[in-house]
Design a protein around this ligand. Sequence first.
Ligand code: FES
Length: 108
Amino acid sequence: MPRLTVASDGVVVELREDETILEGLHRHGYAYRTGCRRGGCAICKVDVVSGEVRYTRPVADTVLSDAERQSGVCLSCRAVPVSDTTISLREETLRCVNPLLALYATSH
Ligand code: FES
């Protein structure tokens, strides 16, 4: 299972197979700015610092351009890490919305 690190907040979580960045962080009690959660609004863009992501569903070029993809930007509601991946949020911090889930996430 890939390990996801949010470098901007020092949070590390284990992801399930085929789990998106957004799903994995939410499952571990964390939230950040999101919108449609379907790959249509682009609000959930994050920067991939290291690692690799793939998309199990198409993402429109109007939402995420080739230049953005090549520079390491990903759509976190659709991006599925294929290896240990480190991301950085943009102009915000991760919010812990469920401390018990978050505690479990960081203690393993
Ligand atoms: S939340 Fe709308 S594209 Fe990700």
